[in-house]
Design a protein. Structure first.
Length: 281
């Protein structure tokens, strides 16, 4: 909340100071309140509104602008400027440091290797448990009146890479739906949304399912299937592991960098006694 307030204050300060510093001779003023000007080029423009709505929008904008300007002036008179300046400077320093840390991280850290991800998975796989059922396979939906359904059924049930093009061409020709998720996992609940609510099946791995309603034939070849509570497969968990390892690297890298920086300049630190006498360490 503090950062939000401070950001808003900084933006407001910038806007008002910028308005005052602009070369006014090249801008057309619309209104003035005390020493603050609203210029024509600052007014909102919306070509999609009719004239009446456009006028109402501008009037509302002008009123809000005046309120903001007056609030800012009253705030300047009633708020302790020194404390605000300190907060602004602290926030500015924090932003600069955070940006510098991110710059260092981007320059010096690399993504974890596949071997690092695999090693972490082998060591901590029991911590990665599925929260949903997941499935790999092929899903087809074609009209019941489509020609040569037997061929499509054979291609789906006896899936091979060589038949992918045949399945794609068949689906396009017959206005069907074809989903390949053989190389990645999908949630079962999302897959089931493609089936009519009247169809209820229990998925098992390495099984072919065929269903139909009054309009369509649905084919599903389940190549792999994992249930909720089981350990996540590596290819499903790898993104999580990658992020975990990256975060650990970032924390350790920044900790080490800060410590090295401190040690490097430790000799330059000067301490002062209570009576302000300078003492060199």
């Amino acid at each position: 909340m503090f950062k939000t307030f401070l950001s808003t204050f900084l933006i407001a300060s910038f806007v008002f100071s910028t308005c005052q510093k602009q070369n006014e001779s090249f801008r057309t003023p619309v209104l003035k309140i005390n020493n603050q000007y609203l210029y024509e080029d600052e007014l909102p423009k919306n070509q999609h509104l009719n004239n009446e709505d456009s006028i109402a929008m501008v009037e509302k904008f002008e009123k809000n602008w005046v309120i903001d300007a007056l609030m800012y002036e009253h705030a300047l008179k009633n708020v302790d400027q020194k404390s605000i300046d300190l907060l602004v400077e602290e926030y500015r320093k924090s932003l600069i440091v955070q940006n510098y840390k991110q710059l260092l991280i981007n320059q010096r850290l690399k993504d974890p290797s596949e071997e690092e991800i695999s090693d972490y998975y082998e060591k901590y796989s029991s911590q990665f448990l599925l929260e949903d059922d997941i499935v790999k396979g092929i899903f087809v939906k074609v009209p019941k009146k489509a020609d040569k359904l037997r061929k499509m059924r054979k291609w789906v049930e006896e899936f091979s890479v060589e038949n992918i093009e045949n399945m794609e061409n068949y689906s396009v020709k017959n206005y069907g739906t074809l989903d390949f998720f053989t190389e990645y996992w999908v949630f079962e609940r999302e897959l089931m949304k493609q089936l009519p609510t009247t169809i209820d099946i229990k998925l098992t791995p390495n099984k072919f399912f065929e269903m139909e309603d009054s309009v369509y034939v649905y084919m599903l070849n389940v190549l792999d299937y994992r249930k909720i509570g089981e350990i996540e497969p590596l290819d499903f968990a790898q993104d999580k592991i990658k992020n975990l390892l990256l975060n650990k690297q970032k924390i350790e890298f920044i900790r080490q960098f800060e410590e090295e920086l401190y040690q490097q300049f430790k000799k330059d630190i000067m301490y002062f006694t209570s009576n302000k006498e300078e003492v060199e360490q």
